[in-house]
Design a protein around this ligand. Structure first.
Ligand code: OGA
Ligand code: MN
Length: 286
C-alpha cells in the first residue's frame, strides 16, 4: 500500500509501498505527483529498474530532455546521463565532479529543466551524499520587507561565470562556447507554474548581478538570499544506498553533490531529466 512519509519537516517525501516498474494506478500516481510538487523532493528506496524502466517511470512525470551534446549519455539509452568516476578503456563513462556547489540545474538556460530523477546503482561506503534545499520554504520564511524588496527583480545568470564553480575539472569555456552561452535574465522570485508558490531563485555560488542595481547593492543581497535558502531547516542530506531513486523539482529545490574518494571507491548514478518550460517570474515588467 502506498505510504508518503516526510523526509524532514522542511523538505521531501519518502514514497513507500511502490514498485516503480510495476503498475501504479492513476490515483496513487496523483498522490505521488502532488507530494513531489508540494515537498520538492521524492525518495523511493530499494528499486530495481533497467534503463528502459527508468525512462518509462520518468515519462509519467513529464517529457524527457535528452542532452544531445553530452559525451556521457548511456550507450543504448541517450535519455540517460551517467554520473560516475568509473572508466572504460581508460575513458571516463560519466561526469565525475559535477554539482559540488549549491545549484539548480540549467539556471543559465531560458527554459531550465523541470526536474531530474537520479538512480543510484553503485555508491561509495562513505561520502558522495547529495544535499537538497527547499527554496519555496525558504521564500516563505523571508522577512516581509525582503519579499517586497525582491519581488519582480531579475538576476543576470552567466554560464561562463559559473563554469569553474560547477565543473572544476573541465577546461575553461572555448571561444565558441563563450559566444553561444549568452547571459540569461531569470526572475529572482520564481513562481511555480503548477503550485503557484514562490521560490527564491538566486542560485548558490556566484554573487550574480541584479538587473538595474549597482553591484555593491546586489552582491550582498544575492549572497544573503543564497545563504538563507540553504539554512539547515530547509535542507535534507541524502545518504545513498544502491536502488535509491531521488526525483527533485528543479523549480523549487537546489541541490549539491559532496566529495567522495574517487580513487578508492566507485559511484555510478543514472539520471533522467524532465524538459523545461520558461520560468515564470513575478511583477509585470517585461
Ligand atoms: C545532478 C547533480 C548530484 C550528485 O545530477 O544534477 O547535481 O550528488 N547530482 O550526483
Ligand atoms: Mn545538478
Amino acid at each position: 500500500m502506498l505510504e508518503l512519509i516526510p523526509l524532514t519537516d522542511g523538505i521531501g517525501t519518502e514514497v513507500r509501498g511502490i514498485d516503480v516498474t510495476g503498475d501504479i494506478s492513476d490515483a496513487d500516481f496523483d498522490r505521488i505527483y502532488r507530494a513531489w510538487i508540494d515537498t520538492t523532493v521524492l525518495l523511493f528506496r530499494d528499486q530495481d529498474m533497467t534503463p528502459a524502466q527508468h525512462i518509462a517511470f520518468t515519462k509519467r512525470f513529464g517529457e524527457i530532455y535528452t542532452y544531445t551534446r553530452s559525451q556521457f549519455n548511456h550507450d543504448e539509452h541517450p535519455e540517460i546521463l551517467i554520473l560516475s568516476n568509473l572508466t572504460r578503456d581508460g575513458k571516463p563513462i560519466g561526469s565525475a565532479y559535477s554539482g559540488r556547489v549549491w545549484h539548480s540545474d540549467g539556471h543559465y538556460l531560458t527554459e531550465p529543466p523541470v526536474g531530474s530523477m537520479l538512480y543510484a546503482r553503485e555508491v561509495p561506503p562513505v561520502g558522495g551524499d547529495t544535499w537538497f534545499a527547499n527554496m519555496v520554504a525558504a521564500y516563505d520564511a523571508l522577512p516581509e520587507r525582503t519579499k517586497e524588496r525582491i519581488d519582480g527583480l531579475k538576476v543576470i545568470i552567466s554560464r561562463v561565470q559559473s563554469r569553474p564553480y560547477n565543473y572544476p575539472d573541465r577546461p575553461a569555456p572555448t571561444p565558441e562556447e563563450r559566444a553561444e552561452w549568452v547571459d540569461v535574465a531569470q526572475p529572482l522570485v520564481r513562481v511555480h507554474e503548477e503550485s503557484g508558490r514562490k521560490a527564491i531563485y538566486a542560485g548558490g555560488n556566484v554573487p550574480w548581478r541584479i538587473e538595474g542595481m549597482p553591484e555593491e547593492e546586489s552582491a550582498p543581497l544575492i549572497t544573503f538570499l543564497q545563504e538563507f535558502s540553504v539554512r539547515p531547516r530547509f535542507t535534507y542530506r541524502h545518504q545513498w544506498r544502491p536502488g535509491d531513486i531521488v526525483l527533485w523539482d528543479n523549480r523549487s529545490a537546489m541541490h549539491r553533490a559532496t566529495y567522495y574518494d574517487h580513487v578508492a571507491h566507485r559511484r555510478l548514478m543514472h539520471r533522467t531529466t524532465l524538459a523545461g518550460r520558461p520560468s515564470a517570474g513575478t511583477g509585470t515588467a517585461p
